[in-house]
Design a protein around this ligand. Structure first.
Ligand SMILES: [Zn+2]
Length: 96
């Protein structure tokens, strides 16, 4: 599993709702949190008093629900299960 913020391959990740602050620039798109997986080290750096962390020169912000250690811990099997569920959701409905 790849950490969203430091891109390290890890065995355990925290599922968080996260906002990439640097991606909201010129076009000023609506700021939207999205689901991502971060390693324990990054989670500690993001789960701060203001929920903002700087990792690899990029700024990230955690959603309220992912703060104070509340982010769910994912191991390999539940991560794979989650990915499969997401893949199914993305498949177009059967056209008839
Ligand atoms: Zn990381």
């Amino acid at each position: 599993m790849n950490c969203h913020t430091c891109h390290t391959d890890v065995l355990l990740t925290h599922r968080v709702e996260i906002l990439d602050l640097v991606e909201n620039d010129a076009q000023d798109p609506p700021k939207a949190f999205r689901t991502a997986f971060v390693c324990g080290t990054c989670y500690t750096r993001l789960d701060t008093v203001d929920a903002v962390g700087l990792i690899d020169g990029r700024m990230y912000k955690l959603d309220e629900g992912s703060r104070f250690g509340k982010a769910t811990l994912y191991g390999r099997s539940i991560f794979d299960y989650y990915q499969r569920r997401q893949a199914l959701k993305l498949e177009p409905a059967n056209a008839s």
